[in-house]
Ligand binder design. Structure first.
Ligand code: 5GP
Length: 373
């Protein structure tokens, strides 16, 4: 299974539904044996334990009463260390053998509180059945009688457990993925002639990044190949190569560098659809676009630069004023909206693209270092 994104975080596979089911069967048998003649009261600690309780109780062969309570002690991925309240307990506890059904025991604060609460209410005995136990985070003496899995001190979701409201209905347990979130993935953006290629090289060198230019990839294809001919038929007129082709090419380029510290995307994404495709592609690899750096240059200056570049680049799309104008128009119409995509994510940084190459490079370095710090 690929990574799953919940809010701002990525989660990857941890305990499969088969592994969980097998363990719960064993736990159910043990509880059945231990409580067969004790008339237990199962107290289910909501919300997280709902899925575990449902599956566990099906494996317990004792007709018994159930009670549902709610306790809250967590916000986001950090413990607040505060147990607030017990809500919803309607059954008489006095004289009962209570089995608390919990999804996860972390510090043990919740559990200790509940144990004391049940004893105060007159329970004859209190034991716990928890699916997960974070042994290294546990701070209490109280022994856990039935534990499904001892797990490392990592944040998990799924199978009843949530991350800020999401993930409870996932049928397996996932853990927070920290794999590649420290990659530096830069989208270098700007109209044709803004200096993206030149600046990308400088950034790649300074930060040790892989530079991927979809334009260079297309131009580097075997000219006799169908793909090259198809791409050329669009770019020679100043039009964009269709999204599905560009996205495929881009993904295969990225896959060639599995250990990259980061990537500079030069000339990609050029449409909103490509921006969305890049987001989900990177999410599936446990990473994301760090930010977009947008080189801003006025049209008149662009036209002059492209005409000059045509003299040494030999690119047919640089030479003809009509094609140049079409490239600028296509940029304004199809590509400029990509900026909004990153603005909405708070990842957009405008960079003044007028000045010497060195001056612009310096501005880019400052923008990156400011964000990295
Ligand atoms: P404790 O009081 O033992 O520190 O925390 C117990 C409660 O914290 C659990 O019932 C659960 O709500 C929450 N919790 C602890 N660790 C995790 C975790 O890794 N993932 C999720 N989703 N909740 C957790």
């Amino acid at each position: 299974m690929a990574l799953i994104k919940l809010h701002d975080k990525q989660f990857g596979p941890f305990l499969s539904k088969e592994t969980i089911a097998e363990r719960i069967q064993t736990m159910g048998k043990q509880i059945t044996l231990d409580y067969a003649d004790k008339d237990p009261l199962f107290v289910i600690v909501l919300n997280g334990a709902f899925m575990f309780a449902s599956d566990l109780l099906k494996e317990i062969d004792i007709i018994s009463d159930l009670s549902f309570i709610k306790v809250s002690s967590y916000e986001g991925t950090e413990t607040s260390g505060q147990v607030k309240n017990v809500l919803g307990l309607q059954d008489e506890i006095k004289g009962r053998h209570v089995v608390l059904i919990e999804d996860i025991v972390d510090t043990g604060i919740t559990l200790e509180y509940l144990n004391n609460y049940m004893i105060e209410k007159g329970a004859l005995s209190v034991e716990i059945a928890t699916l997960l136990f974070k042994k290294d985070a546990y701070q209490k003496e109280y022994k856990l009688k039935y534990t499904g899995f001892e797990i490392p001190n990592k944040f998990v979701v799924g199978y009843g457990l949530d991350y800020d409201g999401l993930g409870r209905n996932i049928n397996e347990i996932l853990k927070l993925s920290e794999t590649k979130n420290n990659m530096l993935n830069i989208v270098l953006f700007g109209p044709p002639g803004a200096g993206k290629g030149t600046q990308s090289e400088k950034l790649a060198q300074k930060y040790g990044l892989v530079h991927i230019s979809t334009g260079d990839v297309f131009r580097g294809l075997d000219p006799q190949s169908d793909l090259a001919k198809l791409a050329k038929s669009y770019s020679d007129k100043g039009n964009l190569v269709p999204d599905d082709i560009t996205i495929k090419i881009l993904e295969s380029e990225v896959q060639k560098h599995p250990d990259a510290k980061g990537v500079i995307y030069d000339g990609f994404p050029r449409t909103s659809a490509q921006a969305e495709a890049l987001d989900s592609f990177l999410a599936s690899k446990g990473t994301s676009v760090t930010f977009m750096l947008a080189l801003e240059v006025e049209e008149e200056e662009l036209r002059t630069r492209l005409k000059n570049r045509a003299i040494d680049s030999g690119r047919p799309d640089d030479a003809d004023p009509e094609i140049i104008q079409n490239r600028i128009d296509v940029y304004n119409k199809q590509t400029a909206p990509v900026a909004s995509h990153y603005k909405e994510q708070g990842k957009y940084k405008a960079i003044d693209g007028i000045g010497s190459i060195e001056e612009i490079t310096e501005r880019l370095f400052t923008a990156i270092d400011g964000v990295e710090a």
